[in-house]
Design a protein around this ligand. Structure first.
Ligand SMILES: Nc1nc2c(c(=O)[nH]1)N[C@H]1C(S)=C(S)[C@@H](COP(=O)(O)O)O[C@H]1N2
Ligand SMILES: [Mo]
Length: 333
């Protein structure tokens, strides 16, 4: 790490906020130095904790886009169903993976400020009876509910996030899936002018992800439109992102513009980039290590101790039956 004190490079008020934030994220900074971002890049591309976004970045990050839709439910409780306290909005909104902007987790917030999320359309098609292009305002009119989910990145950091959104199943029913549809394929916006990371040819843009039909229809699978009772911050995937809490975080694709029902298993971005390290299924399993590190424990944002990782990220009762036989290694890769 570079031995520069934050006080040497930023004015005092910003430095204070930043210092509080860095205290919370200190452990994460360390683990991100040890692990390459989602594995395919050299660890050297990760930023040390002193190289934080420009002055004021932290303070402004809580200024969420407004207005949030009136239908957003208010926060029900301060913990998940296991009693784990929520991760602070400060952490959720300032430590992000969103490679379309930058591979620097603490740089995303600043880079994504001003990202245009309205107008926004989501094209839903492929093997469906009634293909349809939805305006985001139409999707925001669907009943929105709050879901507190654990989020486990494949890099071993994790958060507990109070999402707002609607089940993906609700949207898919609108377009009437045909029986030939076996998988759902999702695509993020392609717009290198707004998302400068897409000018890098290290990745096959746009970001693509996929689910099998029964995973997509599972009630846990959420299309998130907000968090902490407000509209999604751009850096967290505004205006609409997938959340699949029992899988590693990279499956939860951000800023979705296209959803296709397809017959063939889609090839996701990470699978295309590093097929030896990232598979299609990516179900969380502490007993199946990543090729380069253990998945047995994780670092919860804001906590110093590492904690055990749970099978299916703690959602085994809801989803384990989808994966038979259970010991097939591919499910966890
Ligand atoms: N389009 C897109 N979606 C993405 C990513 C990305 O880089 N681009 N990163 C993924 C990874 S690796 C993780 S861990 C989560 C992070 O979500 P968060 O930044 O909101 O915590 O988003 C996932 N979705
Ligand atoms: Mo991730």
């Amino acid at each position: 790490m570079i031995p520069i004190k934050p006080s040497e490079i930023t004015p005092e008020p910003v430095y204070r906020t930043r210092r509080q934030f860095l205290q919370e994220m200190g452990g994460l900074a360390l683990s991100s130095l040890l692990l390459a971002a989602c594995g395919a890049l050299p660890a050297a591309q990760e930023e040390p904790p002193t190289a934080v976004p420009t002055a004021g970045g932290t303070a402004a990050s809580t200024a969420l886009p407004s207005p949030a839709p009136a239908t957003f439910p208010t926060l029900q409780g301060g913990a998940d169903e296991l009693g784990t306290p929520l991760t602070s909005l400060e952490s959720i909104a300032n430590y992000c993976n969103f490679y379309e902007f930058t591979t620097q987790k603490r740089g995303v917030t600043e880079m994504a400020r001003g990202f245009a999320t309205s107008p926004w359309q989501v094209e839903v098609g492929g093997l469906v009876g009634k293909p349809k292009t939805f305006g985001i305002e139409e999707l925001l009119r669907l009943p929105q509910e709050e879901r507190i989910y654990r989020m486990r990145c494949v890099e071993t950091w994790s958060m507990v996030i109070p999402w707002v959104g609607f089940p993906l199943a609700r949207l898919l029913k609108e377009v009437e899936p045909l029986s030939q549809a076996k998988y759902v394929r999702f695509e993020t916006l392609l717009d290198p002018e707004q998302m400068p990371g897409q000018k890098s040819d290290s990745f096959p843009w746009p970001y693509v992800e996929g689910l099998r039909m029964d995973e997509a229809m599972n009630d846990l699978t959420l299309m998130a439109t907000g968090l902490y009772g407000k509209a999604l911050p751009p850096q967290n995937g505004a205006p609409l992102r997938l959340v699949v809490p029992w899988k590693y975080g990279f499956k939860s694709i951000k800023s979705v513009v296209r959803i296709d029902l397809v017959e063939e298993q889609p090839v996701s971005l990470w699978e295309a980039v590093a097929p030896q390290e990232y598979g299609f299924w990516a179900n969380v399993n502490p007993d199946v290590p990543h090729r380069r590190w253990s998945q047995a424990t994780e670092q919860r944002a804001g906590e110093s101790e590492r904690i055990p990782t749970l099978l299916f990220n703690g959602y085994a009762d809801e989803v384990a039956s989808l994966y038979q036989p259970a010991d097939r290694r591919e499910w966890y890769f």
